[in-house]
Write a protein that binds this ligand. Structure first.
Ligand code: ADP
Ligand code: AMP
Length: 225
Protein backbone atom coordinates (compact mmCIF):
# COMPACT_ATOMS: atom_id res chain seq x y z
CA UNK A 1 0.00 0.00 0.00
CA UNK A 2 1.60 3.31 -1.02
CA UNK A 3 -0.06 6.09 0.88
CA UNK A 4 -0.07 9.71 -0.26
CA UNK A 5 0.82 10.90 3.24
CA UNK A 6 1.43 8.82 6.37
CA UNK A 7 -0.45 9.95 9.43
CA UNK A 8 -0.91 8.46 12.87
CA UNK A 9 -4.61 8.27 13.63
CA UNK A 10 -6.88 6.25 15.82
CA UNK A 11 -10.40 6.74 14.57
CA UNK A 12 -13.75 5.25 15.44
CA UNK A 13 -16.03 5.24 12.40
CA UNK A 14 -19.45 5.24 14.00
CA UNK A 15 -22.81 4.98 12.28
CA UNK A 16 -25.48 2.61 11.07
CA UNK A 17 -24.92 -0.25 8.63
CA UNK A 18 -24.88 1.15 5.09
CA UNK A 19 -23.80 4.67 6.09
CA UNK A 20 -20.56 4.35 4.10
CA UNK A 21 -18.02 3.61 6.86
CA UNK A 22 -16.28 0.84 4.91
CA UNK A 23 -16.25 2.90 1.70
CA UNK A 24 -14.56 5.81 3.48
CA UNK A 25 -12.21 3.51 5.42
CA UNK A 26 -10.79 2.29 2.09
CA UNK A 27 -10.27 5.91 0.97
CA UNK A 28 -8.46 6.74 4.24
CA UNK A 29 -6.35 3.57 3.96
CA UNK A 30 -5.17 4.60 0.52
CA UNK A 31 -4.58 8.20 1.45
CA UNK A 32 -2.91 7.82 4.85
CA UNK A 33 -1.65 4.23 4.92
CA UNK A 34 -3.62 3.57 8.07
CA UNK A 35 -5.26 0.17 8.47
CA UNK A 36 -9.00 -0.42 8.56
CA UNK A 37 -10.05 -2.90 11.22
CA UNK A 38 -13.56 -4.04 10.33
CA UNK A 39 -15.05 -6.40 12.90
CA UNK A 40 -17.63 -7.50 10.32
CA UNK A 41 -14.89 -8.45 7.82
CA UNK A 42 -12.93 -10.33 10.50
CA UNK A 43 -16.03 -12.24 11.59
CA UNK A 44 -17.01 -13.10 7.99
CA UNK A 45 -13.49 -14.40 7.31
CA UNK A 46 -13.80 -16.61 10.40
CA UNK A 47 -17.19 -17.90 9.26
CA UNK A 48 -15.75 -18.66 5.80
CA UNK A 49 -12.75 -20.47 7.30
CA UNK A 50 -14.95 -22.42 9.72
CA UNK A 51 -13.03 -21.35 12.84
CA UNK A 52 -14.42 -21.71 16.38
CA UNK A 53 -14.98 -17.93 16.45
CA UNK A 54 -16.87 -18.13 13.14
CA UNK A 55 -19.06 -20.92 14.51
CA UNK A 56 -19.91 -18.80 17.57
CA UNK A 57 -20.68 -15.70 15.47
CA UNK A 58 -22.57 -17.14 12.47
CA UNK A 59 -26.11 -17.39 13.84
CA UNK A 60 -26.01 -13.88 15.32
CA UNK A 61 -24.82 -12.42 12.02
CA UNK A 62 -27.41 -14.26 9.93
CA UNK A 63 -30.24 -12.99 12.11
CA UNK A 64 -29.11 -9.35 12.24
CA UNK A 65 -28.16 -9.49 15.92
CA UNK A 66 -24.89 -8.46 17.52
CA UNK A 67 -22.28 -11.04 18.41
CA UNK A 68 -21.83 -11.04 22.21
CA UNK A 69 -19.61 -8.41 23.80
CA UNK A 70 -17.22 -10.91 25.41
CA UNK A 71 -16.41 -12.52 22.04
CA UNK A 72 -15.94 -9.17 20.30
CA UNK A 73 -13.87 -7.58 23.08
CA UNK A 74 -11.48 -10.56 23.24
CA UNK A 75 -11.16 -10.51 19.44
CA UNK A 76 -10.39 -6.77 19.39
CA UNK A 77 -7.86 -6.93 22.23
CA UNK A 78 -5.99 -9.34 19.98
CA UNK A 79 -6.40 -7.22 16.83
CA UNK A 80 -5.25 -3.98 18.45
CA UNK A 81 -2.15 -5.43 20.12
CA UNK A 82 0.97 -3.66 18.84
CA UNK A 83 -0.86 -1.13 16.62
CA UNK A 84 -0.65 2.60 17.22
CA UNK A 85 -2.71 3.66 14.19
CA UNK A 86 -6.03 2.23 13.07
CA UNK A 87 -9.53 2.89 11.71
CA UNK A 88 -12.19 1.07 13.68
CA UNK A 89 -15.09 0.20 11.39
CA UNK A 90 -18.04 -1.50 13.08
CA UNK A 91 -16.52 -1.43 16.56
CA UNK A 92 -17.47 -0.44 19.21
CA UNK A 93 -21.16 -1.23 18.76
CA UNK A 94 -22.35 -1.23 22.38
CA UNK A 95 -21.59 0.89 25.42
CA UNK A 96 -19.84 -2.12 27.01
CA UNK A 97 -17.57 -2.40 23.95
CA UNK A 98 -16.82 1.34 24.06
CA UNK A 99 -15.90 1.09 27.74
CA UNK A 100 -13.63 -1.89 27.07
CA UNK A 101 -11.96 -0.01 24.21
CA UNK A 102 -11.46 3.03 26.45
CA UNK A 103 -9.82 0.91 29.16
CA UNK A 104 -7.55 -0.82 26.65
CA UNK A 105 -6.41 2.40 24.95
CA UNK A 106 -5.83 4.08 28.29
CA UNK A 107 -3.59 1.18 29.35
CA UNK A 108 -1.66 1.51 26.09
CA UNK A 109 -1.47 5.34 26.34
CA UNK A 110 -3.02 5.56 22.86
CA UNK A 111 -6.04 7.88 23.03
CA UNK A 112 -8.51 8.06 20.15
CA UNK A 113 -7.71 10.90 17.75
CA UNK A 114 -11.22 11.08 16.33
CA UNK A 115 -14.76 9.74 16.43
CA UNK A 116 -16.64 10.28 13.17
CA UNK A 117 -20.40 9.75 13.12
CA UNK A 118 -21.80 8.94 9.67
CA UNK A 119 -25.35 10.20 9.67
CA UNK A 120 -28.01 8.87 7.26
CA UNK A 121 -31.74 8.11 7.33
CA UNK A 122 -33.26 4.65 7.38
CA UNK A 123 -34.69 4.72 3.82
CA UNK A 124 -31.29 5.58 2.37
CA UNK A 125 -29.55 2.90 4.44
CA UNK A 126 -32.09 0.32 3.30
CA UNK A 127 -31.50 1.16 -0.38
CA UNK A 128 -27.73 1.16 0.06
CA UNK A 129 -27.57 -2.20 1.81
CA UNK A 130 -29.99 -4.07 -0.43
CA UNK A 131 -28.12 -2.81 -3.53
CA UNK A 132 -24.61 -3.43 -2.15
CA UNK A 133 -22.13 -5.72 -3.91
CA UNK A 134 -19.10 -6.76 -1.87
CA UNK A 135 -15.70 -8.28 -2.53
CA UNK A 136 -15.69 -10.99 0.15
CA UNK A 137 -11.89 -11.16 0.22
CA UNK A 138 -11.16 -7.45 0.75
CA UNK A 139 -14.47 -6.10 2.04
CA UNK A 140 -14.53 -3.38 -0.66
CA UNK A 141 -18.10 -2.58 -1.61
CA UNK A 142 -19.96 -1.16 -4.60
CA UNK A 143 -23.59 -0.31 -5.25
CA UNK A 144 -25.65 -1.40 -8.23
CA UNK A 145 -26.95 2.16 -8.70
CA UNK A 146 -24.97 4.62 -6.54
CA UNK A 147 -21.41 3.31 -7.05
CA UNK A 148 -21.40 0.64 -9.77
CA UNK A 149 -18.21 -1.24 -10.66
CA UNK A 150 -16.91 -0.74 -14.22
CA UNK A 151 -17.88 -4.34 -15.04
CA UNK A 152 -20.90 -5.82 -13.25
CA UNK A 153 -19.87 -8.40 -10.65
CA UNK A 154 -16.13 -7.57 -10.82
CA UNK A 155 -14.09 -5.45 -8.38
CA UNK A 156 -12.41 -2.53 -10.23
CA UNK A 157 -9.37 -2.72 -7.92
CA UNK A 158 -8.36 -6.40 -7.81
CA UNK A 159 -10.68 -8.04 -10.37
CA UNK A 160 -12.18 -10.25 -7.65
CA UNK A 161 -15.81 -11.40 -7.73
CA UNK A 162 -18.52 -9.25 -6.12
CA UNK A 163 -21.30 -10.96 -4.17
CA UNK A 164 -24.36 -9.88 -2.23
CA UNK A 165 -23.88 -10.50 1.48
CA UNK A 166 -26.37 -12.99 2.96
CA UNK A 167 -27.32 -10.37 5.59
CA UNK A 168 -28.02 -7.68 2.95
CA UNK A 169 -31.50 -9.09 2.24
CA UNK A 170 -34.47 -6.81 3.00
CA UNK A 171 -35.54 -8.96 5.96
CA UNK A 172 -32.14 -9.05 7.72
CA UNK A 173 -31.37 -5.41 6.87
CA UNK A 174 -34.54 -4.32 8.72
CA UNK A 175 -33.37 -6.27 11.79
CA UNK A 176 -29.84 -4.87 11.58
CA UNK A 177 -31.16 -1.31 11.46
CA UNK A 178 -33.35 -2.02 14.52
CA UNK A 179 -30.33 -3.52 16.32
CA UNK A 180 -28.34 -0.37 15.52
CA UNK A 181 -31.03 1.92 16.95
CA UNK A 182 -31.35 -0.13 20.13
CA UNK A 183 -27.74 -1.06 20.91
CA UNK A 184 -25.35 1.20 19.00
CA UNK A 185 -27.11 4.59 18.71
CA UNK A 186 -26.49 5.20 22.47
CA UNK A 187 -22.80 5.58 21.53
CA UNK A 188 -23.65 8.93 19.92
CA UNK A 189 -24.29 10.31 23.41
CA UNK A 190 -21.36 8.31 24.82
CA UNK A 191 -18.87 9.90 22.40
CA UNK A 192 -20.76 13.16 21.77
CA UNK A 193 -18.66 15.12 24.23
CA UNK A 194 -15.36 13.57 23.04
CA UNK A 195 -13.02 16.37 21.99
CA UNK A 196 -12.69 15.04 18.44
CA UNK A 197 -16.29 13.97 17.79
CA UNK A 198 -17.48 15.00 14.30
CA UNK A 199 -20.81 14.47 12.62
CA UNK A 200 -20.53 13.75 8.90
CA UNK A 201 -23.43 14.10 6.47
CA UNK A 202 -23.35 10.60 4.98
CA UNK A 203 -26.18 11.35 2.51
CA UNK A 204 -23.83 13.33 0.28
CA UNK A 205 -22.07 11.73 -2.71
CA UNK A 206 -19.01 9.59 -1.87
CA UNK A 207 -16.47 12.27 -2.90
CA UNK A 208 -18.24 14.93 -0.82
CA UNK A 209 -18.28 12.63 2.21
CA UNK A 210 -14.55 11.95 1.69
CA UNK A 211 -13.85 15.69 1.71
CA UNK A 212 -15.78 16.08 4.97
CA UNK A 213 -13.87 13.14 6.47
CA UNK A 214 -10.57 14.71 5.43
CA UNK A 215 -11.52 17.99 7.09
CA UNK A 216 -12.40 16.15 10.31
CA UNK A 217 -9.17 14.13 10.21
CA UNK A 218 -7.10 17.27 9.54
CA UNK A 219 -8.12 18.57 12.95
CA UNK A 220 -6.30 15.73 14.69
CA UNK A 221 -3.36 13.35 14.39
CA UNK A 222 0.30 13.90 13.66
CA UNK A 223 1.80 13.93 10.19
CA UNK A 224 4.94 11.77 10.19
CA UNK A 225 7.95 12.68 8.06
P1 ADP B 1 -21.01 0.50 5.91
O1 ADP B 1 -19.55 0.06 5.90
O2 ADP B 1 -21.22 1.72 6.74
O3 ADP B 1 -21.95 -0.61 6.24
P2 ADP B 1 -20.61 0.73 3.01
O4 ADP B 1 -19.38 1.59 2.94
O5 ADP B 1 -20.44 -0.71 2.71
O6 ADP B 1 -21.35 0.95 4.43
O7 ADP B 1 -21.68 1.38 2.03
C1 ADP B 1 -22.98 0.80 1.89
C2 ADP B 1 -23.42 0.88 0.43
O8 ADP B 1 -23.66 2.24 0.07
C3 ADP B 1 -22.41 0.35 -0.55
O9 ADP B 1 -23.12 -0.27 -1.59
C4 ADP B 1 -21.68 1.62 -1.04
O10 ADP B 1 -21.20 1.48 -2.38
C5 ADP B 1 -22.80 2.65 -0.98
N1 ADP B 1 -22.33 3.98 -0.58
C6 ADP B 1 -21.36 4.29 0.33
N2 ADP B 1 -21.24 5.62 0.46
C7 ADP B 1 -22.18 6.17 -0.35
C8 ADP B 1 -22.57 7.51 -0.66
N3 ADP B 1 -21.98 8.55 -0.06
N4 ADP B 1 -23.57 7.70 -1.56
C9 ADP B 1 -24.18 6.65 -2.14
N5 ADP B 1 -23.86 5.36 -1.91
C10 ADP B 1 -22.88 5.12 -1.03
P1 AMP C 1 -20.91 -5.29 9.51
O1 AMP C 1 -20.03 -5.90 8.46
O2 AMP C 1 -20.22 -4.21 10.30
O3 AMP C 1 -22.24 -4.84 8.94
O4 AMP C 1 -21.21 -6.45 10.56
C1 AMP C 1 -21.89 -7.62 10.16
C2 AMP C 1 -22.37 -8.38 11.40
O5 AMP C 1 -21.24 -8.81 12.19
C3 AMP C 1 -23.26 -7.59 12.36
O6 AMP C 1 -24.62 -7.59 11.95
C4 AMP C 1 -23.03 -8.36 13.67
O7 AMP C 1 -23.75 -9.58 13.71
C5 AMP C 1 -21.55 -8.72 13.58
N1 AMP C 1 -20.69 -7.68 14.17
C6 AMP C 1 -19.79 -6.89 13.53
N2 AMP C 1 -19.18 -6.06 14.39
C7 AMP C 1 -19.70 -6.31 15.61
C8 AMP C 1 -19.51 -5.76 16.91
N3 AMP C 1 -18.63 -4.77 17.14
N4 AMP C 1 -20.25 -6.25 17.93
C9 AMP C 1 -21.13 -7.25 17.73
N5 AMP C 1 -21.37 -7.80 16.53
C10 AMP C 1 -20.67 -7.34 15.46
Amino acid sequence: MSAVETRTMRLVLLGPPGAGKGTQAKVLEERFGVRQISTGDILRANVAQGTALGAQAKAFMESGKLVTDDIIIAMMENELAGKDSFLLDGFPRTVAQAQALGTLLERLHLPLTGVLLFDADRDTLFKRLTGRWTNARTGRSYHAEFNPPKVAGIDDVDGGPLVQRPDDTAEVVAKRLDTYERETAPLIAYYGSHATFSRIDALAPIATVSAAVNRAVAQSGTVLP
